[in-house]
Design a binder for this molecule. Sequence first.
Ligand code: PLP
Length: 282
Amino acid sequence: SIVLMNGEFIPREEAKVDIEDRGYQFGDGIYEVIRVYNGKMFTATQHLERLQTSGEKININITYTVQNLTVLLEELIHRNSLHTGIIYMQFTRGESPRNHAYPIETVPPTFVAYTKELERPVTSLENGVSSITVEDIRWSRCDIKSLNLLGNVMAKQKAVEADCYESIQYRELTVTEGSSSNIWIVKDEVVQTHEANSFILNGITRRKIVDVCQRREITIKEKAFSIEELIDADEVFLSSTTAEVMPIVAINNVPVGSGEVGIITRKLQNYFKEEIFVECGE
Ligand code: PLP
C-alpha cells in the first residue's frame, strides 16, 4: 500500500520513523480517523479542523491547511483504491534528542497518513453490543485528540477481557465517555450526552448526532449524567467514526431497557445513514 509521509507518497515498507521521534517516546502528538464511504471522506472538514485545534492546544504547528490536507488525503484514497474504510493520520512534535521539554529550535512535525479497508459494522449495528463500566483514570485534557492513549487502551482491554465491545468510563459518579467513543442515553424520549468540555473528546459523530436531533426535532440535552441515570435509561448507544450510532443493549451483564435496540436509537441510525448518503452517495 501507499502511505503519505511528510507530504510524500511512498510505499508503506519505506516509511520509517526515528527512535527519537517524540510521538514514539512521549506520545507527543495528535491524530484523526476519518471514515471513507464509497471512496469519499465523510465529515472531512470537521475532522481536519479538529486536528488543527488539537495542534494549537499543544503547540504543534500543522503547516498544512485544511484545503491542502483534503487534496492530499483524496489522492491517498485514490492511490490505494479505497472504497469503504478509514484514513488514519497523525502529527507528532518531530524528531529531537530525548528531553521532556519541547525542542527549542523549530523541528518539523512528523506527519503520517495511511488508509485501511474497513466495512461498516452491520451485524453489531443491527443487534447492538454489550459494555461494562470502568473508572475513568485519564488526565483532564481529554478534549485533545492526543496520541497518549494509555488510559483508553487499558479501558478497552478491560472490555475485551469481559467479552464486551466497549467500556463506559465514569469519574466520581458521572459518566464521561467510552474508551474510543461518546456515550448517549435516551430517557422518556430525551436524548442526552456529556457536554463538550475537557473531560471528553467532542466526537465528530457526536456533533453530527446533535445536529441531526436539532433538525429532526428530537429533544437533545448536552449535559453529564450519572451512572444511575445510565443504568436506568430506556436506551443507550455509543458513537464514533468507525462505529457510527451503535446500540448498547447490555451494561455489566444487565440488559438496557427491554434488552432490544431502542426506537430512537434505530431512528438516529437511519438519519445518520442518510447523512452519509447525502455526503458520500451510495
Ligand atoms: N471519545 C474518544 C476517547 C475517542 O477516541 C473517539 C474516537 O473514536 C470518540 C470519542 C469519538 O469521536 P469521533 O466521533 O470523532 O470518532
